[in-house]
Design a protein around this ligand. Structure first.
Ligand code: 0RA
Length: 654
């Protein structure tokens, strides 16, 4: 939890002191008051997700300027005291008097709800922003916000506190004519956000995604917080084609250059980049107005329909399909497919549980017919690649048939049926999934300790022998042939694979990976995470997946005995307890802990800490798994080197 001081504000230019705000008399607007009363309604939640959402909301406005063709540079600065500054070189928020409101447009944009800056609806064709609430929301939820506008040779400034203005907009200087832009600095309000620490990695992932989706725009991020200094810049002239390439870094691809399709009709812009790799899973990422539509929608269904139809037509026309084959299914044409679909539309309708499903019905037909015509043409023009793609699909069809047979066989043997739970599993006695936990434990000896130390009623233990199969390199039939994985599937109870996996059958609502804190342990953890990411993603998405955090040291002096979970922790304890006569034991593995110690430090719900695994960015996670699990040594070496400094459990937090 962050502390709740009010005084450590250090924006890039100092905001007025608190007393000054009070003296000014703050006028908080009615609309913004509603945002402060029910922040979650506007930004989703007030946890870390909502906090980061504030930054996206401001950046989205800059991206809107970029999409309208007026901005090609955006930078985000993370400063001491949880403050963020977003700078762009767009037109600058208008500063002239607003006709009906009787105040500067800048003030209207920052204080009226739903204006989102787009009060002149003609000025934008399309615009992003998940909730479309605009910067006024950020303003309402900030302890302070400062806007600086460079426009027509002049510099303007305006300050706000919790959404209310502090004084008038002021002209504070001049700038070269033509060098327009907007700078927004803010500090989230601790009255709204209990936790205010921004994560560089989280912001960076979204900014990279935005740079891929908006070709030519240069987006940079800099962390200048003490001890955390880092920076990165993203700029992709190739846009989503480079996105597909990046996602498949180090993989062998079917086409030397990703296939690119684009078109515009009735104000709807469609862009698709795709290629096939040597894995057996499908990775399609869809976006509408730069928003990651994780629940899919009409653009995705249009793409799928178009792809299946076009590839079948081509396969039939070229005589590659044998007479006895029924044709390629959707699953066949998507095995090993990596694609980015990005649509930009004037009035997106977002539906679904998390409002990340595109609902506009007109989009489906548009994407479908674009794929039908353009992909067919591209296949004609590139017969070699076309043949390779169709061959791959035919292979997939054969493989799927084999997998079906393997699954039928194992099912008949009821090995995947939870009625026949694996012998290695020490199950819990409760049958209420909400309270049940399963520990996936590295090695038999640690498994033994865990079994003795556990609370039998609700904790199940499944020891895993060494490394499980790398699912990045195997098709479902081979995966099902692997004993370790079959044991996991059986224990979970959900089944595996399209049309079979059923999360409502999950037998444990906490799935906890417990591995040693060494290189092997982290490899095993990654292998397990890969399995879940590729085949049980919903388990992660619904928050059921955790990583146990066993201690690294036991520090003992006299009768006092404590555990340290990091090197810093240990150093601090040694210092506090005095180094004379102290005994420090470094745990090389879980197996060195006796059952009581394991329970007390790692498994007791009242005292343990665990990391919940989240997928903030499916594409980012995909890239990381590709690199960690792929064949290519070079990108993996580079990735580990680049991330070695901050490679801790949280970063693996996909
Ligand atoms: C309202 C109207 C115009 C631009 C903007 C708002 C705008 C908002 C933000 C927020 C961050 N950066 C921004 N840049 C621009 C249209 C401007 C015009 O018509 O000149």
């Amino acid at each position: 939890m962050s502390d709740q001081r009010d005084t450590e504000n250090t924006p890039s230019k100092p905001a007025p002191a608190q007393s000054e705000y009070n003296a000014q008399g703050i006028q908080v607007l009615k609309g913004l008051e509603a945002v402060r009363k029910r922040p979650a309604m506007y930004i989703g939640d007030t946890a870390l997700r909502g906090l980061h959402h504030l930054v996206y909301e401001v950046v989205d406005n800059s991206i809107d300027e970029a999409m309208a063709g007026y901005c090609d540079e955006i930078s985000v600065l993370m400063s001491e005291g949880d403050t963020i500054t977003v700078v762009d070189n767009g037109r600058g928020i208008p500063v002239d008097m607003h006709k009906t409101e009787g105040k500067p447009a800048l003030e209207v944009v920052l204080t009226s709800l739903h204006a989102g800056g787009k009060f002149d609806s003609g000025s934008y064709k399309v615009s992003g922003g998940l909730h479309g609430v605009g910067v006024s929301c950020v303003n309402a939820l900030s302890e302070w916000l400062r806007a600086e506008v460079h426009r027509d040779g002049k510099i303007y400034e305006m300050n706000f506190v919790r959404g209310g203005r502090v004084g008038e907009m002021e002209e504070i200087g001049t700038c070269p004519v033509g060098e327009n832009g907007t700078t927004i600095s803010f500090k989230p309000d601790h009255q709204i956000f209990p936790e205010r620490v921004f994560s560089f990695d989280t912001l960076r992932a979204r900014l990279r995604e935005l740079a891929f989706l908006n070709r030519g725009v240069s987006i940079s991020i800099r962390d200048e917080r003490q001890g955390m200094e880092r920076e990165d810049t993203f700029h992709y002239e190739g846009g989503i084609v480079e996105y597909v390439r990046w996602l498949n870094e180090g993989r062998t691809m079917v086409c030397p250059e990703p296939i690119y399709i684009n078109g515009e009709k009735d104000g709807i812009q469609v862009e698709i980049a795709m290629d096939y790799n040597d894995t057996y899973t499908e990775a399609i990422f869809t976006f509408a107005n730069n928003i990651n539509t994780t629940e899919g929608g009409t653009h995705l269904s249009g793409f799928r329909a178009g792809l299946t139809r076009t590839l079948n037509a081509f396969a039939n026309g070229s005589g590659m399909l044998k007479k006895d084959m029924k044709g390629l299914t959707g699953d066949d044409v998507r095995e090993g497919l990596c694609a980015i679909i990005s649509v930009k539309i004037p009035e997106p309708q977002f539906e679904g549980q998390t409002k990340t499903k595109l609902g506009n019905t007109e989009v489906k037909g548009q994407v479908e017919s674009l794929v039908n015509s353009n992909l067919a043409e591209l296949l004609q023009e590139h017969p070699k690649e076309a043949k390779a793609i169709i061959n791959k699909c035919i292979q997939a069809a054969h493989g799927r048939e084999a997998a079906r047979r393997a699954r039928d066989l194992t099912r008949r043997k009821s090995a995947l049926d939870s009625a026949a739970l694996p012998g290695k599993l020490s199950d819990c006695s409760s049958r209420i999934p909400e309270e049940c936990e399963i520990y996936l434990v590295e090695g038999d000896s640690a498994g033994g300790s865990a079994k003795q130390g556990r609370e039998r009623r609700f904790q199940a233990i499944l020891p895993l022998k060494g490394k499980i199969l790398n699912v990045e390199k195997a098709r479902l039939d081979k995966i099902l042939g692997n004993d370790e994985i079959r044991t996991i599937i059986t224990a979970l109870g959900t089944g595996i694979g399209a049309g079979i996996f059923d999360i409502t059958k999950l037998r444990y609502h906490k799935v906890i990976i417990m591995t040693d804190a060494d290189v092997d342990g982290s490899h095993i953890r990654t292998l397990i995470l890969t399995l879940f990411f590729r085949y049980f993603r919903e388990i992660i998405e619904q928050g059921h997946m955790y990583i146990a955090e066993p201690p690294l040291y036991r520090v003992k002096k006299g009768k006092k005995e404590v555990y340290a979970f990091s090197d810093e922790d240990k150093d601090r304890l040694v210092e506090e307890m005095g180094s004379r006569g102290i005994y420090v034991q470094r745990y090389k593995g879980l197996g060195e802990m006796n059952p009581d110690q394991l329970w007390e430090t790692t498994m007791d719900p009242d005292s343990r800490t665990m990391t919940r695994v989240t997928i903030q960015e499916a594409a980012e996670a995909d890239h990381i798994f590709t690199i960690l699990m792929g064949d290519d040594v070079e990108p993996r070496r580079r990735f580990i080197e680049e991330n070695a400094k901050q490679m801790n459990i949280e970063d693996l937090d996909i």
